[in-house]
Design a binder for this molecule. Sequence first.
Ligand SMILES: [Zn+2]
Length: 264
Amino acid sequence: MEKKEQYLKMIVEDINPALANALRRAMIAEVPCLAIEDVWIVENNSHLYDEIIAHRLGLIPLKTDLESYVLPSQCGCEGEGCPQCQVAFTLNKEAIEGPITVYSGDLQSEDPEVSPASPNIPIVELVKGQKLVLEAYAKLGIGDEHAKWQPVTTCAYKYLPIIRIDYERCEKCEACVSACPRQILSFKNDQVQIQNAMNCNFCMACEEACIAEPEKAIQVSWHSTKFIFTVESSGALPAETIVLKACEILKGKLKTFQELLKNF
Ligand SMILES: [Zn+2]
């Protein structure tokens, strides 16, 4: 329905809620991305403690190249840290003349392909005479372990709505039009029109407002096998990559399950 680098809206058909939720959970908790895990503070006389700065660094989304890095648990170095499983960053800022703000863009990466998704995330403010010098190491991880490794900010689905209007019963009172908080309905050419049914969030305000008795002239329902997914990336990975990777992970899990059953 809509596709941008960091945003995807799509309809997935012929699945059930269990599978839709499995896909959602895989995108949130199983698709890996890079985040800062270890920080060595060389100098910090800012007003923030080392731990708070390290925490803030960990939450900065980093552009991730999944082809070039592996999870530390799957690396030949057994998690010790090597160029295959970690990226080093350095930061060296000092407020010499007056107050300055240290931003995510001040992090210098050893790999030009890996950088903060946005250079404008404030880390700390330094006043004259304060200095922040540190080394940081980013590693791949999954959201299941820590939210900083979640590649998505929004990842949700809802049923595909169906809005039906029985024009024979409709009294043209327009109550449903004004009741809808999402302006889905309008009154044109002497009848109620549905403009953007996709925006419906099933609040049922239109049904409640309808004065037709005993059966309402407007009825909201949904397709039980069709879902609208909204996926918004943190900037770590393109939204499309997150969806495809999640499918791959789900398939892998099913394959493992199949093999385990066979060998039981
Ligand atoms: Zn390694």
